[in-house]
Design a protein around this ligand. Structure first.
Ligand code: SF4
Length: 73
């Protein structure tokens, strides 16, 4: 299992993650990206998602210009 942690409040809304990894990322129109099916950590306000396979999320993490997509293994 792996976990994606997305520091949503720091997102600048560039859209790169949703282009590189549309299966997991979308731009709902509020100026920030959304990690699909994620839950919001009430303490940190980060979006978090447990996944079996990282798939294109590594591309999203590598492509994010502000480096706010983190993958823990
Ligand atoms: S690539 Fe990073 S800054 Fe750009 S929309 Fe995605 S999470 Fe936000």
């Amino acid at each position: 299992m792996a976990k994606i942690i997305f520091e949503k409040e720091k997102c600048i809304g560039c859209g790169t993650c949703s282009v590189l990894c549309p299966k997991f990322w979308e731009m709902p129109g509020d100026g920030k990206s959304h990690l699909k099916d994620s839950i919001i950590n009430p303490k940190t306000k980060n979006e978090e998602l447990e996944i079996k396979r990282i798939e294109c999320n590594q591309d999203a993490a590598d492509g994010c210009p502000v480096q706010i997509i983190h993958i823990t293994k």
